[in-house]
Write a protein that binds this ligand. Sequence first.
Ligand SMILES: *Cc1c(COP(=O)(O)O)cnc(C)c1O
Length: 365
Amino acid sequence: MKVPFVDLKAQYENIKHEVDTEMLRVTRSQQFILGPVVRQFECEFADYIGTRYAVGVGSGLAALRLVLMAYDIGPGDAAIVPVNTFVATALAVTSVGARPIFVDCDETYNIGVQTDSVIIECVKAIIPVHLTGQPADMGSVMEMANYHNLIVIEDAAQAHGARYWGSRVGSLSAAGCFSFYPSKNLGCYGDGGIITTNSKNLADDLRRLRSYGADNKYHYTVLGDNSRLGAIQAAVLSVKLRHLDGWNERRARIAGQYRAGLDGCCGITFQDIVPDTTHVYHLMAVQAEERDELRAFLADRDIQTGVHYPIPLHLQPAYAYLDYKKDDFPVAERLAETTLSLPIYNELRDCQVEYVCKAIRRFYE
Ligand SMILES: *Cc1c(COP(=O)(O)O)cnc(C)c1O
């Protein structure tokens, strides 16, 4: 039996007819950048998340970066970023010339309760990440942000559809930033991203910023960027959005199957669950003793796994200039050594999950 880590071909087989039809419609229209198909998807996605506006952009990184630009965060400013995230969260901050202030995570893998020591004068924003598809503890994030007057920007790139106290992530703060990279829970056929917000001002600013800073063709009111969602991508996304809740439910069932199948398995520890949330399991991340040996053992049995992420951001060479050192963030550093992502996606079959559980138990016996 083979168990790939992701299987986008299997997903495509299931929606081929719908997707091909909608993509062909765009090809025939020859209108590829923004336009009615993108506008329609923006409305559908805003409805789905429960915000008034959604602005389609070129990638998840661009979504974060454009929001920071819209809030005029730049050189001399800083933003709080969890240290165990995909590099793009921090790159958004550094790409506008601001400084990331890294903070540790807890056993939920998400941003922990912060002490006030990270609040220095130049901190303007905090970017909680709903890592692996589990909502961050937004109650404490918002409380701290309100107290210190910080802008909250959610990095929801791994959490399309996840809920915190009944509300979808991306609707809980000033702006929600999503990626549509192909392997995300909702992915397109190239790069893509979107920002959700209830602020008309922010949505208007973002529409200018994604298109060179223009409010009319050839009339530039701000210095912008070129980062737009393509119509073919929007057509694919409209089709896939209709399936998203079903796919996420299937992911949650698979997660339940892993938890049951590995219950009591001595080498495996599960992610702590945040109460009153709906986890959408972009990743099935566990902590595994002898992680690298286990990975190789599973690879020998045709089971692909992932590591998200092997090196926390403060120890990356690119961020050496920030002068962090080893042991600054003990929880994230330990997670980086033990975290292992198991295959999880709608098309994964029950017998494959069973096969993975059996192989893991075998390894630890
Ligand atoms: C994927 C991802 C991004 C970046 O998205 P891109 O579309 O690849 O730029 C940002 N943050 C997190 C947590 C991600 O997983």
